[in-house]
Design a protein around this ligand. Structure first.
Ligand code: HOZ
Length: 432
């Protein structure tokens, strides 16, 4: 068993100071039991906690650390930017370069605005869509998570789901009534919402590959059909690529599936580990944003020099090394296929969903294509599996309803370590 005494003591202190002891709900380990591990440092694939335990990281800060932790190119860029001040609240050359690079990598983005988080990006994108169309309602999918903006905390995934509160308290009825929801991958449900609300829907927002109810892929043709529906009905199609952007391909899920959204929201990877978000897309829509247009959105730390230094360094590396996506694909396939095979050998015909370097092991033998399917999982067994993996030095997302993120720092040897731990942990979790 691990010695987690320093983490446990910190958590006790934190609970008296911070709601639930954490600054983001999933971190509290509520859905897997026990108390969270407090981290001290990380290098490459390895995390070290405050008690000195080491773990191979399969969360990677929920996505941004695609090159593993503390990559020299990113640290160097930050070191170089550091002496020139941490914030100006004024434009810098790097924001222009970053916008150029984002546009080169994601061609549907003709104009882009930098913000500070994925939440901010999604909130702003919706406001722009409403300003552009003059309509109020939006469609989102059950189990998709677009940050904690009021409009999105209806049937939300991620921490909201983990906490068993997919509809948050504090969201007014007025806001809630403008958010319409449909099951993911259910085209007839979307068509029904559109016909029941003619000329009232400003935007349809989705994770083109969902990472927030565990990993769920779009059914064949689903994204293309949504694209057609939105074009036909004048609805702004928004891809939330906060998790998938620059991860599933250099141009994100939209490149992988060949679909062009009207707007895209970004975050995580574009900050290289520092807080950044962005939203962008069609020029005519983005020209609605102040000061070019009448949709107001602003931020003192937007385009922050440290965040753009880190983000640019990482993005540039990804842009210049497209071959790394092939390697990530191969590593992730070995991890996910290996997991599936081990579970099956043990008589557990569990579902493993994977797209590129994101995957989930669902503790159910039925296919998982939407939130209702995901909820069929044996979450108690998942909790036991999570802790068994942790004890073996494998750091997974502490919830059945999250995806794992693979970094380029995962070597063949670490794949073997993970698979051995997976076998032993499945046995332990099910007392086989
Ligand atoms: N919303 C993130 C997972 N989908 C969790 C963020 C965090 O706890 O850091």
């Amino acid at each position: 068993m691990l010695n987690l005494s320093t983490s446990a003591a910190l958590f006790e202190r934190a609970k008296t100071l911070i709601p639930g002891g954490v600054n983001s709900p999933v971190r509290a380990f509520r859905s897997v039991g026990g108390s969270p591990v407090f981290m001290q440092s990380a290098q490459g694939a390895w995390l070290t906690d405050v008690d000195g335990n080491q773990y191979v990281d399969f969360i990677n800060s929920w996505g941004p650390m695609i090159l593993g932790h503390a990559p020299e190119i990113v640290l160097d860029a930050v070191r170089q930017a550091l002496p020139n001040s941490l914030s100006f609240g004024a434009p810098t050359h790097r924001e222009v370069e970053m916008a150029e690079l984002i546009r080169a990598m994601v061609p549907s983005i003709e104009k882009v605005r930098l913000v500070n988080s994925g939440t901010e990006a999604c909130m702003s994108a919706i406001r722009v869509a409403r300003g552009y169309t003059g309509r109020a309602k939006i469609i989102k999918f059950e189990g998709c998570y677009h940050g904690h903006g009021d409009a999105f905390l209806i049937a939300a995934g991620s921490g909201a789901l983990t906490a068993g509160e997919p509809d948050s308290a504090g969201v007014t009825r007025g806001v809630a009534q403008d958010t319409l929801t449909a099951p993911y991958n259910d085209l007839p449900a979307v068509e029904a919402l559109i016909s029941a609300n003619p000329d009232q829907i400003a935007a349809l927002i989705l994770e083109p590959v969902v990472g927030n109810m565990g990993l769920v892929a779009p059914a064949e043709g689903f994204l293309a059909a949504l694209r057609n529906l939105c074009t036909t009905h004048g609805i702004v199609l928004i891809f939330d690529e906060v998790m998938t952007g620059f991860r599933l391909a250099p141009g994100g899920a939209q490149q992988l599936y060949g679909i062009k959204p009207d707007l895209t929201t970004l975050g995580k990877i574009i900050g290289g580990g520092l807080p950044v978000g962005a939203y962008g897309g069609r020029e005519d829509i983005m020209n609605q944003v102040a000061p070019a247009g009448k949709v107001y959105q602003a931020g003192t730390l937007s385009g922050n020099p440290m965040a753009t230094a880190a983000g640019m360094a990482q993005l540039r590396y990804l842009h210049e090394h497209p071959e790394l996506y092939r390697d990530l694909e191969a590593t992730s396939a070995r991890l996910a296929d290996g997991t599936r095979a081990i579970a099956a050998e043990l008589g557990l015909h569990y579902t493993v969903n994977r797209v590129g370097s994101m995957f989930s092991l669902f503790f159910t033998s039925e296919p998982v294509t939407n939130l209702e399917d995901a909820k069929k999982c044996d979450t108690a067994a998942f909790g036991r599996y999570f802790h068994a993996m942790l004890n073996r030095g494998i750091y997974l997302a502490p919830s059945q309803f999250e995806a794992l993120f693979v970094s380029t720092a995962i070597t063949d040897e670490l794949v073997e370590k993970y698979l051995n731990a997976c076998r032993e942990s499945l046995v332990e979790a099910h007392s086989l």
